[in-house]
Design a protein around this ligand. Sequence first.
Ligand SMILES: Cc1cc2nc3c(=O)[nH]c(=O)nc-3n(C[C@H](O)[C@H](O)[C@H](O)COP(=O)(O)OP(=O)(O)OC[C@H]3O[C@@H](n4cnc5c(N)ncnc54)[C@H](O)[C@@H]3O)c2cc1C
Length: 222
Amino acid sequence: MGEGQHEVTFGDGAHIVTNLLVGADGAWSKTKPLLSDAAPEYTGMSLVETYLYDSDARFLATAKVVGSGALFALQPGKGIQAHREVNATLHTYVMLTKSQSWFASIDFNDRAGAAACIAQQFACWSPNLTALITESDTELVWRTLFTLQVEHSWNRVPGVTLIGDAAHLSIPNGEGANLALYDGAELAIASRSDHLETALHEYELAMFQRSAREAAEGNEMH
Ligand SMILES: Cc1cc2nc3c(=O)[nH]c(=O)nc-3n(C[C@H](O)[C@H](O)[C@H](O)COP(=O)(O)OP(=O)(O)OC[C@H]3O[C@@H](n4cnc5c(N)ncnc54)[C@H](O)[C@@H]3O)c2cc1C
C-alpha cells in the first residue's frame, strides 16, 4: 500500500483501501492505536441509569423535587442527577465513587435487588429522591466512566485521524456529543482541501485544544 493508505477489513470480510481512515469508533477505538498508545482509564466513578415514567401521575412528590428542568443532589463521592423528559419521564444518573469490582458484584438483571443495593448508598436521603432508584420502570444500567488524559494528542500519521470519544474520551460534561459532531464537521471541511495532510494537521491541532478545554472543565465539574 502507498504512503498514507490504510486497509480496512469489515465484519463481513469485505476489504477497502482508503487514503483517509477516520476513527469515529468511540471509547474503545480500534483505529486509535495507529496514532496513540493511550488507553482509557477508569475514573473511579460509575453511573447507574434509571427511568421513571409518567411521574406526575405516579410519583408526584419526586416529580416536584426534580422540577421542570434538572436536579443535581450531590455530596462527595455520590450523587443523584435527574432531569425531566417528555411525558413526565424522569431520567436519572446515580453517581457513585466505587470500584468496578463493587459494581460487578451487583446482579443488575435483578432489578429490585440492584435498586435496593444502590439505594442503600443513599440510606439517609429523602425517599422522594431515592424513589428515582427504587421505583425505576427499567432495568438499572451500570455505565462505567473511563477517560483518556485531558491533553491527549499524537503526532501526525499520514492518512488517518480520529473524531469524538476515540480522540478525547472525557468525563461527561454535556458536551461530548457536541464535540463529536463539531469534529466531524471540521474534518469534513479539512478533507476537501487540496493539501490534505496540512489540513488534517490543522484540524487535529484545533481539536486537541478544543477537547482539552472541555475535558478539564468536566474534571473540575466532577
Ligand atoms: C453515562 C454517560 C452519559 C453521557 N451523557 C451525555 C450528555 O448528556 N450529553 C453529551 O453530549 N454527551 C454525553 N455523554 C458523552 C457522549 O455519549 C459521547 O461523548 C458521544 O457519544 C461520543 O460520540 P462518538 O460518536 O465519538 O462515540 P460513540 O457514541 O461511542 O459512537 C461510536 C460508535 O462506533 C461503533 N463502533 C465501535 N467500534 C466499532 C467497530 N470496530 N466497527 C464498527 N462500529 C464500531 C460503536 O458501536 C458506536 O456506535 C455521556 C456519556 C456517558 C458514558
